[in-house]
Ligand binder design. Structure first.
Ligand code: PTT
Ligand code: SF4
Length: 616
């Protein structure tokens, strides 16, 4: 079998045992790798309804058949598990040397179950697996941990670690790598913490073997050149994702004051030009020739240091909280990376708290823009002190505890907090959040571009069709092959490079029809996983689960060119129902029997019926 390794490493950290498990060829062809492989393994291995912090919940690190080859931005991996934040499927995508080392170890995935009785660093090389005592690292920040492990093992290893937030089971803790890459928004760092794993250190020894090396090198080089020669390359190198602050402001979608508004009076203090003025260096993931990691030096009246910034981080910790200028936002961002907290969920939790405080719904005082109190709160969340303990569960949980109107401004879908696009006038993006397979995230469909290009406050069926197309390419193909989507998304390189690269890597002819079918299979299996876990955990499954937050339907924006505008609930539901129809799901979003059969998911049919789901 070329292109894939055809096996995964299964670690039981409680028993300190491991085994190497073969993956059959059909599974690899039909799910490709990365997210596709992760959901198939979770479906098969996780006990139905398992608690996310149970030793029986599996934590999966998966790569795909294009990872680690010399082609654009191929140093990426997926980290997946049942989420302690949403109680459904959770994953994230992280750019790291660990992805390359995992491939060089000769595995398509590492799957971890169990719970250690004491903190561990797990070292995996081609020769051995060591379970090392990590008492001395427990409590350290992700930066301190990585520094220490690099000293111990040298530069030629890949490291994935957690900060104190993951140790303390904060439900939006992430896995961190390379001093500022962070993946697994829906609490993958907390799952790692629940297993008492402080870090994984990976050291491979052998390059993966492609089907046609010469062709792979040629197409890879062509694609690298296409990146370098693209129209947007030089501006991308200047601002990376941070250019989106100005774009979002102009288009009235910049999250501001907990998504009340789409414009921020002080946006120029946090935009890409401000970032350029503070930048001291730039870095990227392995094998990437368009590095987007912008490191700034910040100085505030309470601290100074370095931080790696991205659009989402700045918008969620800046405009969404009324905090500017960028020096202050950078401090918050630095703390999130050091503690291993997801910046997007954190920005939502802080924004929600500021609003709840303003409305006197909680016995705690924090005002919009108060970055010093925000820093105190970040620490309290990380160490689960005082109100921080409650907030560590995320906005869905907190709003349900408070009750009443708090639910209207808890900005999440399925428990995952919304990423940085305000959707009062963005129907396609709202649909993308509603139907994202991990809860509200833009990874699967950056549909805001459809709204901006094709008209706001319009609910055409074409928007739904385009959301599905985007999801299939981004969430289906890119999450499974597994490479960074930015060469295509940001610099517009030809999408046809990817089937060509897949053919050279694996020998399999992946036509676009086949890729869409695989994406549909992955989406339908993830959807079935949500249904299975929700029903067994006692939730009632309904269309409500896919609905974006009430704020966008009830409360119009007050500022900017779209002042007075909000979403229309009935027209949104029509879009959602059309979405279900196109996916082959019933009017409540449950996959139909014929869809499961067409996609080769007969095992799902059986499993869902066993727990009482009625399939139409
Ligand atoms: C991603 C999410 C994003 S999406 C951002 S900024 W973005 C936030 N980054 C965080 C951070 O940083 N520190 C922190 N403590 N928390 C953070 N949470 C947020 O996490 C990321 C890039 C980016 S930057 C994006 S869009 C693209 N995402 C890709 C994807 O999802 N798939 C894919 N095949 N390629 C992608 N390329 C781009 O990668 P999550 P990263 Mg991240 C500091 O992890 O869970 O997927 O959430 O992975 O290596 O940092 O790269 O404007
Ligand atoms: Fe990593 Fe950015 Fe390169 Fe993508 S474009 S691989 S996120 S450095």
């Amino acid at each position: 079998m070329k292109g894939w390794s055809g096996r995964f490493l299964y670690l039981d950290v409680g028993r300190r045992e491991h085994k190497i498990v073969s993956i059959d060829h059909d599974t690899l062809i039909n799910f490709i790798g990365g997210r596709g492989l992760a959901i198939k393994l979770l479906w098969d291995l996780n006990p139905v309804g398992v608690d996310p912090f149970s030793p029986d919940n599996h934590l999966i690190f998966a790569v795909g058949p294009l990872t680690a080859y010399p082609l654009p931005s191929s140093g990426k991996m997926v980290v997946a598990s049942k989420s302690p934040l949403t109680y459904g499927y959770g994953d994230g995508n992280i750019g790291t040397k660990a992805a390359v080392e995992l491939r060089k170890l000769g595995y398509d995935a590492i799957v971890i179950r169990g719970r250690s009785d004491r903190p561990l660093v797990i070292y995996v090389s081609c020769e051995e697996i060591q379970y090392l005592d990590a008492e001395d690292l427990w409590g350290k920040t992700s930066h301190e941990t990585e520094e220490k492990l690099l000293k111990l093992y040298g530069k030629n290893v890949g490291i994935l670690s957690i900060g104190p937030a993951g140790e303390n089971l904060v439900r939006f803790a992430t896995v961190v790598s390379e001093f500022g890459r962070s993946g697994g928004r829906p609490g993958m760092g907390a799952v790692m913490g629940s297993k008492k794993i402080k870090a994984l250190v990976l050291k491979g020894c052998k390059d993966p073997e492609p089907f046609d090396r010469k062709e792979l090198m040629n197409v890879g080089m062509e694609a690298y050149n296409a990146v370098k020669n693209s129209h947007g390359y030089s501006f991308w190198m200047r601002q990376g994702t941070n250019a989106t602050i100005e774009w979002s402001q102009i288009n009235s979608v910049l999250p501001t004051y907990n998504f009340r508004e789409g414009v921020f009076d002080f946006y120029a203090g946090i935009d890409g030009y401000m970032l350029e003025s503070m930048r001291i260096s730039q870095k990227g993931c392995p094998l990437c020739n368009m590095p987007c990691g912008h490191i700034v030096r910040y100085v505030t009246d309470i601290a100074e240091g370095r931080a790696e910034l991205d659009y989402e981080n700045i918008a969620m910790l800046g405009s969404n909280l009324g905090i500017a200028p960028l020096n202050r936002v950078s401090r918050l961002n630095y703390l999130a990376d050091a503690y291993g907290l997801d910046t997007i969920s954190l920005g939502n939790v802080l924004g929600f708290t500021m609003e709840a405080s303003e409305k006197k719904l909680i016995d705690y005082k924090i005002e919009w823009g108060d970055y010093k109190e925000a820093i105190r709160l970040i620490e309290d969340i990380t160490y689960r002190r005082g109100i921080g303990d409650l907030l560590s569960h995320g906005v869905r949980y907190v709003s349900e505890k408070i009750g009443g109107e708090a639910k209207d401004f808890a900005m999440h879908v399925k428990g995952l907090e919304i990423s940085a696009y305000n959707c009062h006038t963005a129907e396609a993006m709202a649909l993308a959040y509603g139907t994202s397979p991990i809860g509200a995230h833009h990874k699967d469909a950056f549909a805001i571009t459809i709204d901006v290009r094709e008209g706001r406050l319009t609910y055409q069926p074409e928007k739904v069709e385009k959301v599905i197309w985007m999801q299939n390419i981004r969430g289906g193909m890119f999450e499974s092959i597994t490479t960074c989507r930015f060469p295509w998304v940001e610099l517009n390189i030809d999408l046809n490079y990817y089937p060509r690269l897949l053919k050279a890597a694996t020998g399999v002819d992946y036509t676009w029809d086949k890729i869409y079918e695989i994406a549909n299979r992955i989406y339908t299996l993830i959807r079935s996983f949500w249904i299975r876990e929700y029903i067994v955990n006692g939730y009632k499954w309904s269309i409500e689960i896919d609905m974006p937050p009430a704020r966008w339907f009830k409360e119009p924006m007050k500022k900017g060119p779209f002042a007075g505008a909000k979403l229309d609930v009935n027209r949104f539901i029509d879009m959602l129902r059309y979405y279900y129809k196109l996916r082959g799901w019933d009017e409540n979003g449950v996959p139909k029997r014929e869809t499961l059969r067409r996609l080769g998911l007969m095992f799902v049919e059986k499993d869902l019926e066993k727990i009482g789901v009625r399939l139409s």
